[in-house]
Write a protein of this length. Sequence first.
Length: 259
Amino acid sequence: MIRVFIGCPANHEDLESQAVLEYTLRTTASRELAITWMKLSKDPRSFWYSDAHAGKGWLTRGWATPFSAFRWGVPAACRFAGKAIYLDVDMIVMSDIAELWDTPFNSEAFAIAKNTQTFCCTLFDCARAKHVLPPVDRIRREFGLYAYIRRSLVPGRVQSFPVGQNWNCLDGEDYESIRDPEIKIVHCTSIPTQPQLRYALPRLRKRGQKHWSTYEPRPHWRKDIEELFDEKLGEAYAAGFTLDKYETGEPFGEYHRAG
């Protein structure tokens, strides 16, 4: 069983991205997946519980997104046992995630990622992470700690993806084709240009809701990424990965992310 933890907003803002990510994960995977959608929750029993007014649970002040620090909570959510993969929601999977899952760790690494600064896709050795990361209660509560963790990690504790396997291709980078076999995951990192916004913003406006991002949307500079997203969203809908599958529970409500 491959455990995948996905950080996503809690007010149903990016349902289209959830559909595309799960569809592309499952249709390329050679093994069974256990997917956990990590969203802020008002349920005190949830690992992702947050009550900013009461100062309890995950305190999101200063986070770049409504799920920024969650990646560092994944090993604790797994009780520091086994392995787990963290993904951002704004991704399109192009290859079998089992390839990443089966990558062997070197003797010192607790994480396999793009580099020591980029953890949008990360394979964790959860037991080793216990001895590297601060206690999860500190990560939940301490302002700025989630960003400091990234800056403080030494290269030996973070292992890069295998050569020729780009599991976190940032907006196409300098690849001539978005379907280059080296690209294992396409990551739409520039929030204003994320292709799901063309669908999400009109949907939210009809309901009197807003997206968590306040950036003014604009087209992605790579048309092939927009075309890929549209293709996979259509396939996802046809395969039963429709928005109602992800619109579960009551919206979380107001985020507290201001620095």
